[in-house]
Design a protein. Structure first.
Length: 114
């Protein structure tokens, strides 16, 4: 059973990464929240906002990866002894993955202001 849980967690992480990449490509090609009609010249502040968005997304993804590694290992160890802890363990791992979502939201906000 632990093999299936690990595969499920990898699928969730891959789906989050794919969604983040798709959203980033969309935001960069359409100009973010400004739309394709507005053509503002590139300034230093927009470059700084894009760099900040990249740092926010990368940092939160790395932090979430570390958090999922530790909580996932602990959850699997706990479930091997007490299988009834499955629901609680998945919630804890999901909270750790929420870190990446928070960074993605901050990145979207920064790209929208660029």
């Amino acid at each position: 059973m632990s093999v299936w849980i690990r595969r499920g967690l990898h699928a969730v992480n891959a789906a989050i990464a794919l969604a983040a990449l798709t959203l980033l490509v969309w935001a960069l090609t359409t100009g973010g929240a400004q739309g394709a009609a507005a053509t503002a010249p590139a300034t230093a502040s927009s470059g700084t906002a894009l760099l900040g968005a990249a740092i926010a997304v990368a940092g939160s993804a790395i932090g979430a990866g570390i958090a999922v590694a530790y909580t996932g290992a602990a959850a699997l160890a706990a479930m091997s002894e007490r299988p009834e802890l499955f629901g609680r363990a998945i919630v804890i791992v999901g909270l750790a993955e929420g870190i990446a979502i928070y960074g993605l939201v901050i990145g979207i906000i920064l790209i929208g202001r660029a």
